[in-house]
Design a protein around this ligand. Structure first.
Ligand SMILES: C[S@@+](CC[C@H](N)C(=O)[O-])C[C@H]1O[C@@H](n2cnc3c(N)ncnc32)[C@H](O)[C@@H]1O
Length: 460
């Protein structure tokens, strides 16, 4: 990203640490919460597994007697729905058993078909989203001379953790600086094979990009970088046993080291536990050379916190009206129906928490806040974990990673849309109408995009 390493980090205005509901709206179970201070976390060596706060609690039943107004068919239907939800909750709880989540995630990504670029551009229901990350799209980079890792003029060594099917291979080929070496790691072995195939195809085409970056290399197709691919759980074990990583340099102060560690739409799986989050950061930090950058995109905990707060306020208002004897509204639950949990989305994506969520939207302790996530054509109800931003940032400092950049996708669009290079690029990619016209991404697609934020840390 930028060469101005010490430029002040831009923080989003609504931090999770500051959002609190009035005391009378807070759930009794959550009374007197202490603001979370991640600096008080266990030091790296004393590893402790945090209990998952989303372990499903026993479901409460609604007011007895109300079922008398229902027909037998309605009761049967409710019981059927309840049994389904209980089966889902039990399945989700079973997945929490150590290692099983990894398997669910791995199997899921292995099973997602690789459909090719033409399909993504023409036939996908979410093509507006597909084009967003596909080409060189490095917000902020251009402001600082497009120097991605403070090593202007040098070829980059890039480590892509959670590389999946190699969706970013083309982007690195067209990056503003030449890439000399790319290493892609992912626990999903089929995805790794597909990423490798994609690389071979690029190689057989001579490595030439498809254009679209602004021609900063005078139109010459850059030589394709060398690439290595490995099946690896990067949150459960050290990367130090991978040959190519050892050769580049691995350790607290490695001889050498990567210029960039990229983790796109992947890091949230590490927030299942403190142990995994720390292992992930240790791997990132040990792989980076001093001054190297750690880039990523993750779900925005401010957005999740806001939705969860809204949901809990709605539930509190319902409880209050039930206590004053007001007639139940049509969306009130009936006898036998499971307690509602926070859930939102649109036809393209859905977020659903299986259990209780914090009334004030502040996720503490910061690990294990599981939700299931659905994204049309990409992610089928896979368990993910909230990454509470302030805790992540503080934890990263324990591993000598200092924040350089942090923006929601909405902020990125606002700041970059009229940029000299990224503005025309967004038009060529079909994100915006030609000539600085309106956004072509649907409001539904924009809502999904805005579920995410981008960050960059540098190693000190
Ligand atoms: C949404 S996909 C993103 C893939 C790719 N980064 C991209 O943007 O196209 C999430 C990826 O994270 C990977 N992942 C999940 N757990 C992981 C782990 N423990 N270590 C490394 N990668 C992991 C998944 O296998 C999956 O490929």
């Amino acid at each position: 990203m930028g060469s101005d390493e010490r430029s002040p980090a831009r923080e989003s205005s609504s931090s999770n640490n500051t959002r609190r509901a009035p005391a009378d709206e807070r759930d009794n179970d959550d009374a007197q919460p202490e603001p979370f201070d991640a600096r008080k976390l266990q030091p790296a060596k004393k590893r402790q597994r945090s209990r998952s706060p989303s372990d499903p609690a026993p479901r409460k039943q609604k007011r007895p007697g109300r079922g008398a107004r229902m027909t037998q068919a309605q009761i049967d239907e409710i019981k059927h729905r309840q049994a389904e939800r209980e089966r889902e909750a039990a399945a989700l709880a079973a997945q929490t058993a150590r290692g099983a989540i990894n398997d669910v995630v791995r199997q899921h990504y292995n099973a997602v078909p690789e459909r090719g670029r033409d399909w993504r551009k023409k036939d996908s229901n979410i093509k507006g989203l597909q084009v967003l990350p596909d080409e060189d799209h490095t917000p902020g980079a251009h402001e600082h001379g497009r120097d991605l890792a403070g090593v202007a003029g040098k070829d980059l060594l890039v480590l892509d953790i959670g590389c999946g099917k190699g969706g970013d291979l083309g982007k690195w080929q067209q990056a503003p600086q030449n890439v000399a070496l790319y290493v892609g790691l992912d626990p999903a072995e089929i995805s790794i094979e597909q990423a490798h195939d994609r690389y071979r195809n690029m190689s057989s085409r001579g490595g030439g990009g498809r254009g679209g970056r602004g021609g900063h290399r005078g139109g010459r197709p850059p030589r394709l970088y060398d690439a290595f691919f490995h099946v690896k759980d990067c949150f459960g074990s050290s990367l130090g046993d991978i040959d190519v990583i050892q050769k580049v340099g691995f350790g607290p102060s490695p001889q050498g080291g990567f210029d960039i560690v990229s983790m796109m739409f992947c890091m949230h799986y590490a927030f299942e536990s403190e142990e995994k989050a720390r292992r992930m950061l240790e791997n990132v930090s040990n792989s980076l050379k001093k001054g190297g950058r750690f880039l990523g995109c993750i779900p925005n905990s401010d957005i999740i916190g806001e939705r969860v707060t809204e949901f809990n306020e709605r539930m509190a208002a319902k409880k209050a009206s039930a206590a004053t004897g007001e007639p139940p509204s049509s969306d009130d639950k009936e006898e036998g129906e499971a307690e509602e949990t926070a859930e939102w989305g649109n036809e393209m994506y859905r977020v659903r928490f299986p259990g209780k969520t914090p009334a004030d939207g502040v996720f503490r302790p910061p690990f294990g806040w599981k939700y299931s996530f659905f994204l049309s054509e990409a992610v089928e109800e896979v368990p993910e974990y909230v990454v509470p931003w302030p805790a992540f940032r503080a934890l990263a400092e324990d591993y000598n990673l200092e924040l350089q950049y942090h923006q929601s996708f909405k902020e990125i669009w606002e700041t970059e849309k009229d940029d000299r290079i990224l503005g025309p690029l967004s038009e060529r990619m079909g994100v915006r109408e030609r000539g600085g016209g309106p956004l072509l991404v649907s409001p539904e697609e924009m809502e999904v995009a805005n579920f995410y934020l981008a960050f960059c840390f540098y190693k000190v």
